[in-house]
Design a protein around this ligand. Structure first.
Ligand SMILES: Nc1ncnc2c1ncn2[C@@H]1O[C@H](COP(=O)(O)OP(=O)(O)O)[C@@H](O)[C@H]1O
Ligand SMILES: [Mg+2]
Length: 235
């Protein structure tokens, strides 16, 4: 479904990604893990078309999308839930969901999708008329994921959904992500929270200073001695 090859990217001449190769097979949940500042967000933003790349290719459904503008990538079925959520805090939950459908035009279908979101995310249904910015971090993350799904993506890109939310809520959010994947949406999940992400991923990649240094199934990586040493206890 997604093939990222030899991706290279920089900020003002400083290399952020030197060699990133990632594959997401249809229906799978793939994790990209690594510590802060290693290039996870840059990779996702490049896939979404929000960061320019210096070299390499991004193929989605057999089409090279390297030159496709971000809005059209959403139309093709790629949706990004950005780092830090970026909700419209002063707008209602419902309005945030509506705005997630910005590439769609059928009002009736959009209303149906909103009802689907309320079924998948009961927490946000209770709060549909509340301002998004007044909810807890975990609730906001649920809304951010739901808003991302309002674009009807076939591949959802999730940037650190566990960021800034209470530990007991992290499991809930990750369960929901698994549930979304089980319904047929492929997922590329970026996390610093290595153990939790690899525990739910079919396949995982470890990124370090802009380079994929290890890959394997979730359990292979979790049982890998180098990873145990490098990420001992933490992350
Ligand atoms: N807007 C930016 N301008 C300049 N450098 C940036 C910018 N965003 C990220 N970087 C740098 O690129 C590298 C990768 O960052 P990032 O992709 O955000 O990592 P991660 O998401 O893994 O924390 C880091 O060295 C970071 O400082
Ligand atoms: Mg990041």
């Amino acid at each position: 479904m997604l093939q990222v090859r030899n991706l290279r990217a920089s900020y003002d001449g400083v290399l952020a990604l030197s060699k990133v190769d990632i594959d997401v097979k249809p229906g799978s949940l793939v994790a990209l893990v690594g510590g802060n500042g290693n290039g996870k967000s840059t990779t996702l933003r490049a896939i979404a078309g929000l960061n320019k790349v210096d070299a390499g290719s991004i193929v989605f459904d057999n089409t090279d999308i390297g030159k496709v503008p971000p809005f059209d990538r959403v139309g093709l079925g790629l949706s990004l839930v950005p780092e830090g959520r970026r909700l419209f805090g002063r707008l209602s939950v419902q309005r945030n969901l509506e705005l997630g459908a910005y590439t769609r035009s059928d009002k009736h279908e959009i209303a149906e999708s909103i009802e689907e979101m309320y079924t998948t995310f009961p927490i946000i249904k209770e709060r549909r008329h509340q301002l998004a910015g007044t909810m807890s971090g975990g609730e906001q993350q649920m809304l951010a994921i739901a808003r991302g799904l309002m674009a009807k993506p076939r591949l959802l890109l999730l940037d650190e959904p566990s960021w800034g939310i209470a530990p007991k809520f992290v499991t809930k959010v990750l369960d929901t992500i698994q549930q979304v994947n089980a319904k047929g949406v492929s997922i590329l999940l970026v996390e610093q929270n290595l153990h939790k992400a690899l525990a739910i991923a079919h396949y995982g990649y470890v990124i370090q200073t802009g380079r994929i240094v290890m890959e394997g199934t979730g359990s292979e990586l979790l049982n890998n001695d180098d990873i145990k040493k490098a990420y001992l206890g933490g992350l």
